[in-house]
Write a protein that binds this ligand. Structure first.
Ligand code: NAP
Length: 320
């Protein structure tokens, strides 16, 4: 829960009448420490400073804190001092192992009681669940988050951050989260939710990026200008977006059989896929990834889904 100085509404009205309402508002903003001044942690700290939060920063490699100090951040010489300086502790390091190394030492952990930890390091759902249990055992509040944005989106309207954990910690600190991005969403109380959805979205991203790598390899092998490939991506991206959206909706509804709304069944996809496979084979392009596509196609076809909607393939990738 957010802690800090509390003023009665009578005191607040009195202050505002005296014309120093802004002082009251500043005093009510929680103080925040950010641990980790990598690319992302620095962007988070910058956004908090820009939103007027008293911000303390710490980084293992001390010189990376200098640009934030120049923007008005206090620099803590140790993790413990960073924790002691703030009510909210934002963590953004490389992984949960690094978070554990920072927070779980006998000199640091006792300082966490009564604080709110906001873990924005990328990780697994189980990592978030375990860290949440550990934080609660220290008497700290815990919100886990996954950042679906690059550092340049942090603090902007389009910045997307998924959060999960105690709802009252989210609502009590909504303004702080809002400072980090215009599209901050609290998914629910279960702390693993944000990392779980993050992994699902990352699967979409890598599908597109590895598809891009295949496309570049094919275009180069066939002496197609990559600028032309870029133009075709722009032209076909809405079609692909429509297909993925349809796949998700159909899988959600279990509508795997072909029907009047089917955009394409497995059969034409598999036919066109053979052309790509043959071309890649002929040009000796690496087929590690597309051989995996082939396995999924063949599983579905062997089970009788050749003329079903492409969404039928989702049944062959589910957890056993
Ligand atoms: P980065 O620039 O490589 O920074 C990594 C940070 O972790 C540095 O501050 C580093 O400290 C610190 N660190 C690593 N191991 C540590 C340890 N054992 N003890 C203490 N500090 C340690 O990476 P980044 O891009 O900021 O990413 C940070 C987190 O944000 C990652 O979990 C990443 O997945 C997530 N994220 C990043 C992006 C992005 O676009 N960059 C997008 C979404 C999510 P030193 O400076 O001392 O090495």
């Amino acid at each position: 829960m957010r802690t800090g100085r509390h003023h009665t509404s009578g005191q607040r009205r009195q202050n505002e009448r005296r014309g120093n309402g802004w002082i009251w508002r500043l005093a009510m903003k929680p103080s925040i420490s950010v641990l980790g001044m990598g690319r992302m942690g620095s962007a988070l700290a910058r956004a908090l400073l820009e939103a007027g939060y008293r911000t303390t920063v710490w980084n293992r490699t001390a010189q990376k804190t200098a640009p934030l100090a120049a923007l008005g951040a206090s620099v803590a010489p140790s993790v413990r001092e960073a924790i002691d300086a703030a009510e909210i502790i934002v963590v953004n390091v490389s992984d949960y192992g690094a978070t554990s190394a920072l927070l779980r030492g006998s000199d640091v952990a006792p300082g966490l009681a009564g604080k709110v930890i906001v873990e924005l390091t990328s990780g697994t759902p189980d990592g978030a669940r375990e860290t949440s249990r550990w934080a609660k055992a220290q008497g700290a509040g815990y919100i886990d988050g996954a950042i679906l944005a690059t550092p340049d989106f942090i603090g902007t309207e389009a910045g997307t951050i998924l959060l999960s954990g105690a709802p009252e910690l989210y609502t009590g600190n909504a303004e702080v989260f809002r400072a980090l991005g215009g599209n901050v969403q609290h998914l629910g109380a279960e702390p693993g939710l944000a990392n779980a959805l993050d992994s699902a979205v990352l699967a979409l991203m890598w599908g597109a990026l590895f598809g891009g790598l295949h496309a570049i390899a094919v275009a180069e092998a066939e002496k197609i200008d990559l600028g032309e490939l870029g133009r075709q991506w722009t032209a076909t991206a809405p079609v692909i977006e429509g297909l993925v959206g349809d796949l998700i909706r159909r899988s959600n509804a279990g509508r795997f059989a072909s029907d009047a709304e089917t955009l394409s069944s497995v059969s034409p996809h598999y036919g066109a896929f053979q052309h790509l496979k043959a071309l890649m084979q002929a040009r000796s392009i690496d087929r590690t990834v597309i051989d995996g596509y082939d396995v999924i196609f063949r599983r579905a076809i062997a089970a009788g889904h050749l003329h079903d909607d492409f969404a039928a393939l989702s049944q062959f990738m589910r957890a056993a």
